[in-house]
Design a protein around this ligand. Structure first.
Ligand SMILES: Nc1ncnc2c1ncn2[C@@H]1O[C@H](COP(=O)(O)OP(=O)(O)OP(=O)(O)O)[C@@H](O)[C@H]1O
Ligand SMILES: [Mg+2]
Length: 352
């Protein structure tokens, strides 16, 4: 059993983490939760129910270290039953559970689903909470209430202050109680570090590798390693009731090949969902494009547009420089914009 504060101090001492006072200022909130979880529960007929432990809603800009802190926190709680899951994946599980419960004829489908989540865990760590989907927005309030009622402590990371969750969403007034629930049952803490460490890790490194080959592969492997790729898992996104599986994903960084993403029958909504869910996409083995692979080329254009609009950072290996990827046949004109975007996305200050 070790404390998060000590784990961080050890990483700072061995040089794997930079000392960051803003991150350090968040540690007492984690320690408060760890201490409370470790306190023995006193039971007795006349004792009042223990005060519920307030969770933590850690928010701030990208790359500030929210997921890093949460992951190390979960690691420090090895003696406590904990579950850490990406928010997207978690909600997908909930929707699948609701579907099954409804089919089985449960009156309140959320009841068995919440029970199956709570199981015997004491802490639920949800990474990258983001509410854009109305079906999520309409159930999270009741879901969280049930989890909290079961005594589960929730820790979550997010890029938005609670008041901005599901901003401008449909039927937002029905969502407002969830925001209140967050504010009362969780401590809202901003991680206002000036440093985007993810950007820092990529600083000075080329992000577009050509030609395709062992050298490009090795360079990308090394960036992937720096970005935490060794701990990656598949990420499943639900798009129009279908599953879109991104083979490798870790802390906002996804890695896939051109054929994974542009060789399959994917469309704009898939690419938008992907761009929405990741901060960095590593896209390997972009071939030369031409009439022979016109459909793949068209999908590639759509993919780059989605990534560009969502200001996703792109790391790629390709058969040629952007301007030389698509030089003959139908579609070359449209590809000029894509080439220009690919160029811009390589610049050090992208995405600004
Ligand atoms: N103090 C630090 N020193 C060095 N590297 C750090 C530090 N804090 C975080 N990092 C690294 O920076 C990268 C981004 O951190 P992390 O994924 O935790 O950011 P985040 O706040 O969760 O971002 P997002 O909002 O995009 O999810 C990770 O590779 C992480 O290990
Ligand atoms: Mg994160």
């Amino acid at each position: 059993m070790s404390r998060l504060t000590d784990i961080i101090a050890a990483h700072v001492a061995d040089g794997t983490l930079h000392p960051d006072p803003v991150q350090e200022a968040a540690l007492p909130e984690f320690e408060r939760i760890a201490d409370a979880l470790r306190r023995p529960v006193k039971r007795g007929l006349f004792r009042k129910a223990p005060e519920p432990i307030r969770g933590l809603y850690l928010w701030g800009g990208v790359g500030r270290g929210k997921s890093m802190l949460m992951d190390l926190f979960v690691e420090s709680l090895a003696d406590i039953p904990t579950r850490r899951v990406h928010f997207h994946a978690f909600m997908q599980e909930i929707h699948a559970g609701l579907h099954a419960a409804r089919r089985a004829g449960h009156e309140d489908a959320l009841e068995p689903v919440a029970e199956s989540v709570t199981g015997d865990i004491r802490l639920l760590a949800l990474d990258e909470m983001q509410i854009t989907d109305i079906t999520d927005a309409m159930i999270v309030g009741r879901l969280f209430q049930k989890l909290l009622d079961a005594g589960i402590v929730i820790v979550t990371t997010s890029n938005r202050v609670p008041d901005d969750l599901y901003k401008d969403g449909l039927n937002r007034q029905l969502f407002l109680p969830f925001i209140e629930l967050i504010k009362t049952r969780m401590v809202v803490h901003e991680l206002a570090s000036p440093t985007d460490y993810r950007q820092n890790r990529l600083q000075g490194s080329p992000v577009y590798f050509t030609p395709i080959g062992p050298e490009a592969r090795a360079a990308i492997d090394s960036l992937w390693h720096d970005l935490g790729g060794d701990a990656s898992e598949p990420l499943t996104l639900q798009v129009n009731k279908r599953d879109l599986v991104i083979p490798r994903f870790v802390n906002g960084v996804a890695r896939a090949s051109f054929y994974d993403l542009c060789g399959a029958m994917l469309g704009p909504s898939d690419y938008l969902a992907l761009a929405d869910a990741v901060r960095v996409l590593i896209l390997e083995d972009i071939p030369r494009l031409s009439r022979q692979n016109f459909n793949e080329a068209k999908r590639f254009v759509t993919l780059i547009d989605a990534l560009y609009e969502a200001r996703v950072r792109l790391i790629a290996s390709a058969a040629a420089e952007p301007e030389m990827l698509y030089v003959e046949g139908e579609g070359t004109f449209e590809f000029e914009r894509t080439a220009s975007r690919l160029r811009e996305m390589q610049s050090q200050d992208w995405p600004g």
